[in-house]
Design a protein around this ligand. Structure first.
Ligand SMILES: [Zn+2]
Length: 179
């Protein structure tokens, strides 16, 4: 992909991003694992909207609709920011996307325990899905993997921002030297 289409990440923009990231990290630490206050309330809304929406098209897929619903908005945002070359907004969307994985992992890990309070219907998505897939006994392993990917994805997005900033800075130095 053409590198020049990404907006330049200045030191000020990076500082703003770091500040937002710090607030997000603080919120993540203060929240119970897998449920970030505010953000996961929004995710839950998208989740609950996803079930009936997907249910319009397929009864069988309706169970997956919640998870699809909570992932689809960060994906749409990420694609849109990527196309506009808005690097920091893109990274924030990617972080939101992968934060969702922690929330999904929390739900997956509950597939056998059935301890989480459930909104809407009272069906446990992951108990249903894992039973369907015949992997119910692996719920904790699958959740652990999801959680790992979630963290790895968020770290990757932050590293990418740092790397872009560093590159942009060096590129700026080069252009100053040329003139
Ligand atoms: Zn659900």
């Amino acid at each position: 992909m053409d590198e020049s289409r990404w907006e330049k990440i200045t030191g000020w923009k990076l500082a703003g991003f770091a500040l937002g990231l710090a607030a997000f990290a603080a919120l993540l630490c203060a929240s119970e694992p897998g449920f970030v206050f505010g953000l996961d309330h929004a995710n839950l809304l998208f989740h609950e909207a996803g079930h009936p929406f997907v249910g319009l098209f397929s009864n069988r897929l309706e169970t997956y609709g919640g998870t699809i619903g909570q992932l689809v908005f960060p994906v749409l945002l990420a694609v849109s920011f990527w196309r506009k070359g808005q690097a920091l907004s893109f990274a924030a969307s990617v972080i939101w996307f992968f934060e969702n994985w922690l929330n999904i992992a929390r739900y997956m890990a509950d597939a056998r325990a059935l301890e989480l309070p459930l909104g809407g219907g009272g069906d446990h998505d992951w108990n249903t899905i894992f039973t369907r897939w015949n992997v119910l006994q692996y719920d904790l392993n699958i959740a652990g993997t999801m959680k790992f990917i979630g963290w790895a994805g968020m770290f990757a997005a932050v590293l990418w921002v740092g790397w872009r900033w560093w590159r942009d800075r060096n590129r700026a130095d080069e252009s100053i030297e040329q003139f």
